[in-house]
Design a binder for this molecule. Structure first.
Ligand SMILES: Cc1ncc(COP(=O)(O)O)c(C=O)c1O
Length: 442
């Protein structure tokens, strides 16, 4: 930023700051910060243009919807090209495209050798897919508390380790990297494998390393609410040759097709039982175009987030979500903490009146409280996970995560959108500066 731009930005922020302290809240009859509500939308589809169209038309015109073969003279290449570009972007040796983030989790757990008798520790603040994929692999999910980063609390995680713990599933929640140094320092000496679930944080990093590349294996989702999207889709990344071969075989009926075999330089396994989670060329085509826009989307989000954080930094008693590496946050949402749920709710009501909505974390993200966990719902009554002695002894429901519930109830977030204008972002700063102090002091 040159000096002139800096001075203009500083003047704009100073203007926003000075104008707020005297203004009555819109919820109490004052003038709202904006005349119309600020709305964010789904980043991936928001960036669809002729690039996705060209890639899709290519698949249609060549009549090659299937990733391994088709009627064309050349072999289909969209999914393969996407895998290569994703591996390069995430700085991993290997990337495997699959049908969804859930399929990616199930595949990654299978590659890590997770099965009956094993325990997998996961954060209480996560997603159904995290819990379900562990159960579907026949293992026992064990919840650890999440802290004010909304990610797994390393100290609580350590207390949940048993001789049966095979994997720690780290979920980088809502764009924010988990404290990977603390987690790997716990896992490595005990030879516990680390799976990074980056479904909600695609493009995030931790001390300069892309999320997904730090643990033994990582997964992404390309569902509509994620950083880039093809509606549905997922991927697995790893630097480990054997894990990649197992994941590849698991996602494709146990087979290792020639292009993957070539990437591995041969096969280490004779065979394997597998599922069928292959990505179609249509999905690969859209994702190829979307992946090339990932850094544009991230740069916009992070630029907006920086401006908001700078614009509210001097607020007294400001409590933000803990960010173990602020530079690695994707910048999708600004999360503000409150002394109580009542304060948080008053803040959201007042922000809505200012036409700058602040949402609450999804209740569904508290997975131990969901029927799947609380009632130990499984696909078969004899499913081994919950019928073992240890399985019967594990507590789910509210009692396994009181601290997580307390954190979850005390935060509200303003979602950013890469296509927000400078004015939109300044309105967010102005609204928070107007409402936050009023709510905290009330
Ligand atoms: C943390 C997390 N893991 C996994 C998934 C599953 O991804 P998908 O919806 O692509 O199956 C999601 C989806 O929202 C998620 O939030």
């Amino acid at each position: 930023m040159d000096r002139r731009t800096f001075l203009t930005a500083a003047a704009a922020l100073a203007g926003a700051k000075s104008s707020i302290s005297t203004t009555a809240l819109a919820a109490e009859g004052g003038q709202p910060v904006r005349s119309t509500p600020l709305r964010s939308t789904y980043y991936g589809p928001e960036f669809y243009d002729e690039k996705e169209l060209e890639q899709l038309c290519d698949v249609l015109s060549k009549r090659q919807p299937f990733r391994w073969y088709g009627p064309g003279k050349q072999p289909p290449m969209k999914v393969l090209a996407f895998e290569q570009e994703l591996a390069a972007r995430m700085q991993t040796k290997y990337a495997l495209a699959v049908t969804s983030g859930t399929a990616a989790l199930t595949t990654a757990l299978a590659a890590l050798g997770v099965g009956p008798g094993d325990e997998v520790i996961l954060p209480a603040w996560s997603w159904y897919a995290c819990f379900n994929s562990i159960v579907m692999n026949g293992a026992l999910p064990v919840f650890a508390e999440s802290d004010t980063s909304f990610n797994i609390d390393p100290a609580d995680l350590e207390s949940k380790i048993t001789p049966q713990t095979k994997v720690i599933m780290v979920v980088h929640t809502l764009g924010n990297p988990a404290d990977m140094d603390a987690i790997t320092a716990i896992a490595r000496p005990r030879r516990i494998q680390v799976l990074e679930d980056c479904a909600q944080s695609l493009g995030g990093s931790y001390h300069g390393r892309p999320l997904g590349s730090i643990g033994d294996i990582g997964i992404y989702s390309f569902q509509i609410a994620k950083t880039i999207s093809s509606g549905e889709g997922g991927a697995v990344v790893t630097n480990d040759r054997l894990l990649f071969e197992r994941a590849t075989r698991y996602h494709d009926l146990g087979l290792l097709r020639p292009p993957h075999q070539a990437r591995l330089g041969g096969a280490a396994l004779e065979g394997m039982i597998g599922n069928q989670y292959r990505m179609s060329e249509f999905t690969g085509a859209v994702l190829l175009a979307q992946l090339r826009k990932l850094d544009t989307i991230l740069a916009a989000l992070r630029g907006h987030a920086r401006r908001v954080y700078e614009g509210i930094a001097d607020l007294a008693e400001l409590h933000l979500r803990h960010r173990p590496d602020p530079a690695g946050d994707t910048g999708s949402t600004i999360w503000l903490g409150f002394p109580s749920q009542a304060h948080r709710d008053r803040f959201s009501t007042a922000m809505a009146a200012e036409n700058v909505p602040a949402g609450h974390p999804l209740d569904a993200a508290l997975v131990p409280l969901q029927p799947c966990a609380e009632h130990k719902l499984t696909s078969h009554p004899l499913w081994p996970s919950f019928t073992s002695e240890r399985g019967r002894s594990i507590r789910y429901g509210q009692e396994c995560c009181p601290r997580t519930i307390a954190v979850h109830q005390r935060f509200a977030g303003v979602t950013l959108d890469p296509k927000y204008s400078r004015r939109d972002v300044d309105d967010i700063v102005a609204a928070i500066r107007k409402v936050y102090p009023a709510v905290i002091r009330a």
